[in-house]
Design a protein around this ligand. Structure first.
Ligand code: GDP
Length: 336
């Protein structure tokens, strides 16, 4: 290993960052919030500092169970996460809640974050709640959330919940960063058909029908439909059949059942070796995503590419050059 590749320990950090690392390790929420702000910064010097802080903390990460929760706006995500979080704290857990909300970068507003959310959970010493970063693309938002998740683990949170809205790509992205991905559904048939169309069923490790208190009969129908739908898709693991639960987040009913399933999942996949395997796969996929994003940025910033791109793009638009020939020529510019 060359000197450049040697992982940095906390001892080699400047005093300000060492204090940050120590604060996170001591589980201080202010230090954790500050460290997350550092990783969310787009300034190049902050990025470099953030990577050193993360590297120093890396040995202390990985000890939480990572749970993804997705659902359409109004499904009851924040009500559920608050009820579950409070219940978990009652069981002796420490709970961090993060969010991936790509809408915040597109609209400037946020589907997840505008209203005052999870007020009871917020006030608990054992909870840490952080709204979605609003850094550019979904990939950018997801990268920051992944890093924030590691920081929360280093700070001793043993449950990390990542929330996202049931629109577009964000569900697949969140499923790619958590151990268990749960769809929070409403008891009406329209939803499951949509989910099947979007290919979301395949990535669900668990389905929870919320608002069961409103209409128990419709909830029973929805559960049966979901069980059928889940039978039709190929299972992610031979050792896990995704369960379909009924809950009432408002009445705080079903929390113990929900958590029993999360633990069952972790135990089953740990016993088969798939739990660790999934994390290894996710880490590698993350590395490749960053490489691809980095290569694309270098490509776009390369002077030769910038010089040739407008002309070749026009030529492709006008049907004078094939897309393949143009791509080949542009990639060749990278060598000069
Ligand atoms: P989110 O947009 O998915 O975060 O949904 P919210 O948690 O903000 O919930 C949307 C609305 O549904 C709120 O008015 C909640 O009080 C209500 N709600 C959430 N869970 C339940 C439930 O289990 N039963 C009933 N009756 N209402 C619920």
């Amino acid at each position: 290993m060359s000197a450049r590749e040697t992982p940095l320990s906390a001892d080699t950090l400047p005093p300000e960052d060492r204090a940050l690392v120590e604060g996170v390790l001591a589980g201080r929420r202010r230090a954790l919030a500050k460290a997350i702000t550092l990783i969310e910064s787009t300034r190049a010097d902050h990025r470099a500092r953030a990577q050193h802080v993360l590297n120093a903390l890396l040995p202390q990460t990985g000890n939480a169970i990572r749970v993804g929760i997705s659902g359409v706006p109004g499904a009851g995500k924040s009500t559920f996460i608050e009820a579950l979080g409070v219940w978990l704290i009652g069981q002796g857990h420490r709970v961090a809640v993060l969010a991936v909300d790509p809408s915040s970068s597109i609209t400037g507003g946020s589907i997840l974050g505008d209203k005052t959310r999870m007020e009871t959970l917020c006030q608990k010493e054992e909870a840490f709640i952080r709204p979605s970063p609003s850094a550019g693309s979904l990939g950018g938002v997801a990268e920051k959330t992944r890093e924030a998740m590691l920081l929360c683990e280093a700070a001793g949170y043993d449950v990390v919940i990542v929330e996202t809205v049931g629109v577009g790509q964000s569900e697949t992205t969140v499923a790619g960063m958590v151990d268990l991905f749960c769809l929070l559904q409403l008891p009406n048939a329209g939803d499951d058909l949509q989910a099947i169309k979007k290919g979301i069923v395949e990535i669900a490790d668990m389905v929870a029908i919320n608002k069961a208190d409103i209409d128990p009969k419709a909830t029973a129908v929805a559960r049966a439909q979901w069980k059928n739908a889940l039978h039709l898709v190929r299972r992610a693991s031979p050792n896990w059949e995704p369960p379909v639960l009924a809950l009432s987040a408002l009445k705080k009913e079903g929390m113990a059942d929900f958590w029993a399933q999360v633990e069952k999942y972790r135990d089953a996949l740990t016993a088969s070796g798939e739990f660790a395997q999934k994390r290894r796969r996710q880490s590698l996929a993350w590395m490749w995503q960053l490489i691809e994003a980095g290569l694309q940025q270098r490509f776009r910033e390369h002077p030769g590419v910038r010089e040739s791109l407008p002309r070749l793009a026009r030529s492709v638009e006008d049907g004078l050059t094939t897309p393949a020939a143009a791509a080949h020529a542009l990639l060749a510019r990278l060598q000069h």
